[in-house]
Design a protein around this ligand. Structure first.
Ligand code: E4P
Length: 217
């Protein structure tokens, strides 16, 4: 069960990394825009600050596979842990096939069906990213998609890892892993909430009170 952070805010990534519970990072053009920085600077800084992450996804945006591979090159030169994120389109999967053949880690993103996940696996993707929240937004079951992909991959011994993306609440994290996701990528606020439970808080309050009373007596 791996946890990635879905953000381009380097400070937050460093804080998460220090917990020892974070295995990787995903970014996308929207998150990069929100950070107000250049993607190359963000990716480079994450590598410097968090050297032991297994994967840092940098997304390429282009019309052809050739352009995607070209765009990926500066990131590939940075580290062997860089994961090139390509869209689940004909050109994106061509790029994925080429990059995978060169042993570059790949993440096929914007996946909304089992059919797309099958193609991503055939293209040699390291990770496939079903977008749980966006499927739910469109009145389909995002977690059912994770489950269906996991069952299909298991039945055919596929090695591509299922990276559940677009996760918006803590409950879905547990469910995604239960349904067979290998990785969940989470906004920092969802990761932070994973620590919380009302009964932990109440229990702690009582223990703190009793500890203080025992020390007095
Ligand atoms: C995943 O790699 C994406 O960056 C992300 O999870 C998208 O989430 P959203 O649907 O909340 O934008």
């Amino acid at each position: 069960m791996k946890i990635f952070l879905d953000t381009a805010e380097v400070g937050q990534i460093i804080d998460g990394y220090k917990t020892g519970l974070i295995d990787g990072v995903t970014t996308n053009p929207t998150l990069i825009l929100r950070s107000g920085r250049q993607q190359s600077d963000v990716i480079e800084e994450i590598f410097e600050a968090c050297p032991n992450l297994e994967s840092i996804s940098a997304e390429v945006v282009a019309n052809t596979a050739e352009e995607m591979v070209e765009q990926a090159q500066p990131y590939i030169d940075l580290s062997s842990n860089v994961t090139i994120k390509v869209p689940c389109t004909r050109e994106g999967l061509k790029a994925c096939y080429e990059l995978s053949n060169d042993d570059v880690l790949t993440n096929v993103t914007l996946v909304f069906s089992v059919a797309q996940a099958i193609l991503a696996a055939k293209a040699g993707a390291t990770y496939v990213s079903p977008f749980v929240g966006r499927v739910d937004d469109n009145s389909f079951g995002g977690l059912c998609l994770v489950k269906d992909i996991a069952n299909t991959y298991k039945m055919h011994s596929v090695e591509t890892q299922i990276l559940a993306a677009s996760i918006r609440n803590v409950r879905d994290v547990g469910r995604a892993f239960e349904y067979g996701a290998n990785v969940c990528t989470l906004p920092v606020k969802v990761f932070d909430k994973m620590y919380d439970h009302i009964l932990t808080e109440k229990g702690l309050e009582l223990f703190d009170k009793d500890y203080a009373a025992a020390c007095k007596s």
